[in-house]
Design a protein around this ligand. Structure first.
Ligand SMILES: Cc1cc2nc3c(=O)[nH]c(=O)nc-3n(C[C@H](O)[C@H](O)[C@H](O)COP(=O)(O)OP(=O)(O)OC[C@H]3O[C@@H](n4cnc5c(N)ncnc54)[C@H](O)[C@@H]3O)c2cc1C
Length: 404
């Protein structure tokens, strides 16, 4: 078995980004993963912090926060590299870590994020006279009238029109955004013909659910070439086409770069000599297989994806290397009822503490393994739900770990 320069455990946003950075350094990269991670559910936007300038706010974060260990300069470099590799798959992202861009949610509120797919960038709404909202017949979980009622609160001076759009995508049966995006990939004319009937001009915008295909910007460019108005996609309930476009864009980059990608490969445990991890083992029983590596990046996604587990309250575990897991003690500090409210969510702070090189440390700050790096939702000390920082922490920690 050939020794990889780096093995990445987990193929979610953090793992795919780390693999891209390492491959760009011409390293021999192996990704071991199972499941699809959370990208197919995610909005596609990359949040860094819920504040006007995440870049400026990072300096006020506590020392244990992963951003403090990564450093502002590295976070900025990671954001730029992310935009660079996604653009190679024709998926254009707008933004930077010193600013926020609005996107329209499925219910018509505005959400702000630092890196936003161009197709969702709603900045231009404020300069438009009229805003059409396409009401695609049969589309599940998209309520144009609710969207308009909410969006009017942000833009009281605009004219809104709900535009019924019968695309007959599945013979009139109910359809999800994902199925609609799949059907429209290569069949963009159906949507363009429907939108043309609105006679919208350059002064207008057309808001549509995220159904502009699954391959980068291709479907959007095709439709836009036939329509004068700006077309802006909203978010949607999962599964989410913009998240899937991002996953595909990153996978394309890895395929081109020769990264060895093993799906359905659950890492069971690692092997170590002193403070060095020598490799990891996948599978179970007679089908176990050893993968040796010089360096390991742990990107297994926290509680959501099984990177952390908790069978008994107050006793969270990291199952592969048995790393110590930080958590806020006491049930009262664990969660609050309002998931996206204005109070912290203790459970999302839970994770592994590291030094500045993202090596896991014990409760005294002593490094446990010198060639193991922890990234993404496995990291402790960051309340990514309250802060709106999951994507930013994932890509910036991935970049830092892969550059070491
Ligand atoms: C519904 C939803 C919406 C979101 N919206 C946003 C948003 O708007 N903006 C934003 O910035 N972020 C958003 N996020 C967060 C973001 O998409 C990622 O969840 C986050 O960045 C963490 O990524 P990750 O790679 O660390 O973990 P994950 O995406 O969870 O990936 C971890 C991967 O590791 C694999 N794995 C676990 N254990 C093993 C093992 N033993 N062996 C091999 N593989 C293993 C898992 O199967 C999974 O594929 C959203 C997340 C969700 C769930």
């Amino acid at each position: 078995m050939k020794i990889s320069d780096v093995i990445i455990i987990g193929g979610g946003l953090a793992g795919l980004m780390a693999a891209s950075v390492a491959a760009n350094r011409r390293q021999k990269v192996t990704v071991l993963t199972y499941g699809s991670g959370s990208l197919p559910l995610a909005s596609g936007a990359i949040d860094f912090l819920n504040t006007e300038s995440p870049e400026a706010a990072i300096k006020n974060l506590p020392a244990h926060h992963p951003y403090k260990k990564i450093g502002v300069k590295n976070i900025d470099t990671a954001a730029k590299f992310f935009c660079h590799i996604t653009s190679q798959a024709n998926l254009i992202y707008n933004g930077k870590i010193s600013a926020q861009i609005p996107i329209v949610t499925a219910v018509g509120t505005l959400k702000y994020s630092s890196l936003v797919p161009e197709s969702m960038n709603a900045t231009k709404l404020k300069s438009k006279k009229k805003i059409f909202v396409a009401n695609v017949k049969g589309l599940k979980d998209f309520y144009a009238s609710m969207l308009v009622d909410n969006l009017k609160k942000y833009f009281p001076d605009k004219t809104f029109e709900i535009a019924p759009l019968d695309l007959n995508l599945m013979g009139g049966r109910d359809i999800t955004c994902l199925s609609a995006a799949q059907i429209l990939t290569g069949n963009e004319k159906i949507l363009a013909d429907g939108l043309k009937k609105l006679n919208a001009t350059e002064d207008d915008a057309i808001i549509i659910p995220p159904i502009l295909g699954l391959e980068g910007n291709i479907s959007r460019a095709e439709v836009k070439s036939q329509i004068r108005a700006d077309i802006i996609e909203t978010t949607c309930l999962p599964p989410s086409p913009p998240g899937i476009r991002l996953q595909r864009a990153l996978m394309k980059y890895l395929q081109k770069s020769g990264v060895r990608f093993h799906e359905n490969s659950k890492v069971i445990h690692g092997t170590a000599e002193g403070k060095k991890i020598t490799g990891v083992i996948i599978g179970s029983g007679i089908r176990e297989k050893f993968f040796p590596a010089k360096k390991i990046i742990l990107a297994t996604g926290g509680f959501y994806s099984g990177g952390l587990t908790m069978r008994e309250f107050d006793n969270p575990k990291e199952p592969i290397f048995d790393l110590p897991v930080f958590f806020p003690t006491g049930a009262e500090n664990w969660s609050n009822e309002n998931l996206f409210g204005d109070k912290p969510q203790g459970f999302s702070m839970t994770g592994i503490f590291t030094n500045d090189n993202l090596n896991p440390v014990d409760e005294n700050g002593k490094v446990l393994y010198e060639n193991l790096h922890v990234i993404g939702a496995n990291l402790g000390g960051v309340d990514f739900i309250h802060e709106h920082s999951a994507g930013g922490v994932a890509i910036s920690s991935a970049h830092k770990a892969a550059m070491i």
